[in-house]
Design a protein around this ligand. Structure first.
Ligand SMILES: [Mg+2]
Ligand SMILES: [Zn+2]
Length: 182
């Protein structure tokens, strides 16, 4: 069944919620971007399955408490569901860059974990993020990629082929996917 579903992986900060200079370390610092909940609702209504994959090195750095991250996650999922959308699962990498783990994007570990858990065909999946490392993680597993918020021309030329589409926000990204997936 799941092989027929299209999965959409979303980065969190800068895609679903407002990106801060530092880490989102408490619930009151988590602020949905204006059209994000509407976009996730449309994904859900159109049978796309949404999974969040997010680097949260603040945890490994001791700047974000695990319990607080859980509070933020529970609240995010609850609010998304209350607005008619759904988030199937949330995967975080809590590691610091210098830990050289396999889950921190640009590595695809979070997507691979999700693929194992939900039997996902990654090549028919999409990765939406606001940074190059999201695009790299998506391309590493053969997914199609959409860069939101950051203009494509800010991506170094040698990495442009990792970006399939640019969109101003998650709602615009939804429109691209809807058009491309029958
Ligand atoms: Mg981001
Ligand atoms: Zn990690």
């Amino acid at each position: 069944m799941s092989k027929n579903a299209t999965y959409v992986f979303l980065d969190r900060d800068g895609v679903i919620n407002k990106r801060l200079k530092g880490y989102v370390s408490s619930l009151d610092e988590f602020q949905f971007l204006p059209k994000a909940q509407k976009a996730i609702k449309l994904f859900h209504q159109n049978r796309f399955r949404v999974i969040v994959v997010s680097n949260q090195a603040g945890v490994g750095r001791g700047l974000v408490k695990k319990e607080e991250l859980k509070r933020v996650t529970d609240s995010m999922v609850r609010e998304v569901r209350a607005s008619g959308g759904d988030i199937l699962a949330v995967y975080y990498c809590p590691c610091r860059k210098e830990d050289h783990c396999s889950c921190r994007k640009p590595n695809p570990g979070l997507l691979l974990s999700a693929a194992r858990e939900f039997d996902i065909d990654l090549e028919s999946s999409w990765m939406i993020g606001d940074e190059l490392k999201d695009m790299q993680a998506g391309k590493a597993v053969g997914a199609k990629t959409i860069l939101v918020d950051t203009p494509i021309n800010r991506v170094p030329k040698k990495h442009r082929q990792k970006v399939d589409y640019g969109a101003k926000d998650l709602l615009a990204a939804y429109a691209i996917i809807k058009k491309n997936v029958q």
